[in-house]
Write a protein that binds this ligand. Structure first.
Ligand SMILES: Cc1ncc(COP(=O)(O)O)c(C=O)c1O
Length: 412
């Protein structure tokens, strides 16, 4: 296999990459090409430093850290919301950091689901990440409703792609609320969030997105698009660490809704320590916090977000599209003859940060790739996902990963 032409292109792209210097900030596993940043992003130096500083503040200040640490732990989530807001196109008051992704979905359902006799169904994409389906079904059951009747699961196309037109057709006047992925976790398909938000609004459906696979790699404009709500994790493209507290967005038109799952950490910060029996929630998304956050888990996120802020989401998206575009061209030229097919939509505006390849032996090849020093991941039944996280992966690494995959499949 002669890849000279590709090598020259990869080297030129790496040399011209404005984000290249950021790689040195990450602890890239030695000798490994890491293409799994959409599962767990790597540790970076600012994240490590922020965590060590927080431990030190705990050691030195003890309880005084809630107000005396730098920044004070008491309002850490509010500070993080300021940094996150531009990544999702929202006002900081519309964003909070709390709980886990799944708990945030429960919180948003409990806050925003308002059924009436006619309009009481919740709509999901059939291919959604399982936790979203589990959460919605259990939520309906807890209200005495029946998921068989009250949960609409819109079938996907070819078992891999979300069918946006079918979703639009299904958003009828029996649907009160819908939850969709922004970027679909297996195929890497990016939905047209602005279009869907506009249609949902015109049909009076409360629409939200699971943005776990888009925040930090795809820019969003939630407020401008009128998206009702969104939730996401911070341990993928935002490198906040395994199980980092999650994100949540609530459009300001819902600020008058009382939090569905109330807890004292959602209090108006200026009144929280009045310890009043009656709950006075913070105005905005902050009111949807529930209990005391893990400060040790927030610390690495605070450090890591600094790198995303420094890079800028527009530059991150530009590099991400160049990386996935390069991988797609390589897949066509080098992997298609070996029986791989590309599942990810090719249009730049329809793809997120990773490329999904189908091969009947994907599971076996995934294991062999790991042995060969490349970390991709596998999603059943037969998808290999390659996620070149723009902050620390380069073009030459993508080429090398494809070369090793081609060798593995040729030898199989
Ligand atoms: C699309 C999507 N939603 C939700 C989750 C997980 O949610 P949680 O952080 O609550 O485990 C994941 C985890 O990979 C995911 O990919």
């Amino acid at each position: 296999m002669n890849l000279n032409r590709w090598e020259q292109e990869a080297l030129a792209l790496d040399a011209a990459d404005p984000l290249r210097a950021l790689r040195a900030e990450f602890f890239c596993p030695p000798g490994v090409i890491y293409l799994d940043g959409n599962s767990l992003g790597l540790l970076c130096r600012p994240a490590e430093q922020a965590l060590l500083e927080t431990l030190e503040q705990w050691r030195v200040r003890a309880v005084g850290g809630w107000w005396g640490a730098d920044p004070p732990w008491f309002t850490l989530a509010e500070g993080l919301a300021e940094t996150l807001a531009p990544l999702v196109g929202a006002d900081p008051s519309e964003v909070t950091v709390a709980n886990s992704t799944t708990v945030n979905l429960h919180q948003l359902l409990a806050t925003l689901y308002r059924p009436d006799a006619r309009r009481r169904r919740i709509l999901l994409d059939e291919l959604c990440f399982p936790t979203d389906g589990y959460a919605v079904a259990s939520f309906l059951r807890r209200l005495g409703l029946d998921p068989e009747r009250d949960l609409v699961r819109v079938p996907g196309r070819d078992g891999a792609l979300v069918d946006e037109d079918a979703i639009v057709d299904a958003l009828d006047d029996t649907v009160q609320l819908a939850v969709l992925p922004s970027v679909h976790y297996t195929s890497g398909q990016l939905l047209d969030l602005e279009r869907l938000a506009g249609i949902a609004r015109s049909r009076k459906v409360c629409l939200g997105f699971d943005c776990s696979h888009s925040v930090g790699v795809v820019p969003h404009e939630f407020s401008r698009w009128g998206v009702d709500f969104a939730f996401w994790c911070h341990y993928k493209y935002l490198n906040g660490g395994p199980g980092a507290p999650a994100g949540l967005y609530l459009h300001r038109r819902h600020f008058d809704r009382p939090p569905g799952l109330a807890g004292w950490w959602g209090s108006d910060k200026s009144r929280q320590f009045e310890m009043a029996p009656a709950f006075t929630p913070a105005q905005g998304a902050g009111g949807l916090q529930i209990g005391t956050p893990s400060i040790l888990a927030l610390a690495p996120l605070r450090g890591a977000l600094e790198l995303t802020r420094r890079a800028g989401i527009a530059a991150i998206r530009e590099k991400s599209l160049a990386l996935t575009g390069f991988l797609l061209r390589l897949a066509d030229a080098v992997l298609a003859p070996a029986g791989f097919s590309v599942v990810t939509p090719r249009a730049p505006e329809r793809r997120g940060g990773h490329v999904a390849l189908h091969h009947p032996r994907a599971a076996e090849f995934c294991g062999a790739l790991v042995q060969a020093g490349v970390v991709p991941d596998f999603r059943p039944p037969a998808l290999l996902r390659l996620a070149p996280a723009p902050l620390y992966v380069g073009f030459a690494e993508c080429l090398e990963a494809v070369r090793r995959l081609a060798e593995i499949s040729a030898a199989a």
